[in-house]
Design a protein around this ligand. Structure first.
Ligand SMILES: Cc1ncc(COP(=O)(O)O)c(C=O)c1O
Length: 407
């Protein structure tokens, strides 16, 4: 299991004890990071992990911020396929594109990587009620893991959240709070509620849950047989995915198990792209934006958390990029993924493909580059609204012929 050394501010390196109530730096207000002691792993080498048959994120348990094995709450998350995207190769001008299919996680989105760890930590701490504010995917993920652990969950979602996501969270027994606001307004109310009710917080301001997404790095590295990709592209709202992925690769690098690092790409919808705007403007801080409408509703977060600068930094430090996609590009990504790769993703979950296409068009991704696009949310969570069902036909061949227009 992991050995938690303490909490550390990633900005000013100030150390804090694990027990502090608000895991924020008193000086620079950044969300703190968990420091897991990895010194023993240098001696062990990667074989310790490669030998294990477990393909879930817990294969990598020494890297994760959970110390008691009996506290682990798992639905078998992790080990999702890394699929070569053969029929999409032309779209990315001959790059070796791989799709990391996280739509296959237990609740259908990337959020299970973090919540498996976050809820396990809640069990370690003896918490009873866990809570989150969400554009929908974290809500159902927290609700599922809470159900598994026997905890009560309370989830806050914006009124406009796709009903599929809300129904999913409700099915796991969550207490649902629908708020007449967008995500930012919902998160504001949630922050006040958290202070009043003292629930266990499952947002990205909880450093323990953020460690779960480091598992991307370990899985991509092993699935590529020890190769490090040139690019890893991640749909981004709060920023945990790209930041944790970068942290995971850096851990492998410091252990001496890899000899270079990938470039990290943050991708957002142009309608709501605060991190991309800061990247392009060369700013260090992220200024909130007023979100416009976008079909990528899961990443429609105008004022991202104090974690988001880590994603910005990951893109910069790695020599990567930050890309904002138009609505047309987002729709096309979703459609291409389904029709040419057999992966049905929600719009926000599909945009890493659109970013790969854009970067290839711009000449940044070259033929032969190894590119991993993380696909982060299942299409059934927010099905395309423009696809209508065909009219049902009587059960005879004449009607079938007419319907297929081959009479
Ligand atoms: C489908 C999907 N992809 C990506 C993200 C972005 O994740 P993060 O908040 O870690 O940036 C979200 C967040 O809700 C999501 O639901």
């Amino acid at each position: 299991m992991g050995k938690v050394q303490g909490l550390k501010c990633p900005k000013c390196a100030r150390s804090y004890p694990v027990e502090i109530k608000e895991p924020r730096c008193a000086e620079c207000h950044a969300t703190l990071e968990v420091e897991v002691d990895l010194s023993g792993l240098k001696r062990e080498g990667p074989d310790l992990f490669l030998r294990r048959e477990d393909r879930s994120i817990w294969r990598w348990r020494e890297f994760l911020s959970i110390e008691k094995e009996e506290a682990i709450v798992t639905l078998g998350e992790g080990g999702t396929p890394l699929l070569p995207a053969g029929r999409l190769r032309q779209e990315v001008r001959g790059a070796d594109l791989y799709l990391k299919n996280d739509t296959l996680l237990p609740t259908g989105s990337l959020k299970d990587r973090s919540n498996a760890v976050g809820i396990s930590r809640a069990v370690e701490e003896g918490q009873d009620v866990v809570a989150v504010a969400s554009t929908g995917n974290a809500a159902s993920s927290v609700a599922a893991y809470a159900a598994r652990a026997g905890l009560q969950s309370v989830v806050f979602v914006p009124e406009a959240t796709a009903p599929e996501k809300v129904v999913q969270a409700a099915s796991y027994g969550a207490r649902i709070v629908r708020v007449q606001a967008d995500y930012d307004g919902t998160a504001h109310l949630y922050g006040q509620a958290l202070k009043s009710f003292g629930w266990y917080n499952c947002l990205s301001s909880n450093p323990f849950r953020n460690e779960g997404k480091k598992s991307y790095a370990y899985e991509i590295w092993t699935d590529l047989d020890g190769q490090v990709p040139d690019w890893v592209i991640h749909p981004t709202a709060g920023g945990t995915g790209p930041a944790a992925c970068w942290k995971g690769f850096n851990e492998l690098y410091r252990l001496g198990w890899i000899d270079r690092l990938p470039r990290i790409v943050v991708v957002q919808a142009a309608a709501c792209a605060p991190i991309v705007e800061s990247f392009q403007a060369g700013r260090d801080e992220i200024l909130p934006v007023e979100p416009r409408q976008t079909i990528a509703e899961s990443i429609r977060v105008g004022g991202p958390s104090t974690m988001a600068w880590r994603a910005l930094q990951a893109a910069r430090d790695s020599g990567g990029m930050a890309v904002a996609l138009s609505e047309v590009e987002i729709e096309r990504s979703q459609s291409l993924l389904a029709r040419k790769a057999g992966i049905f993703a929600e719009p926000a979950g599909a945009i890493s493909l659109g970013a790969a296409i854009r970067l290839a068009q711009d000449g940044l991704i070259h033929p032969g580059h190894v590119v991993v696009a993380v696909i982060t949310g299942h299409g059934l969570k927010q099905p395309p609204s423009d696809l209508t069902l065909p009219i049902a036909i009587p059960p005879d061949l004449t009607s079938l012929g007419k319907a297929l227009q081959v009479s």
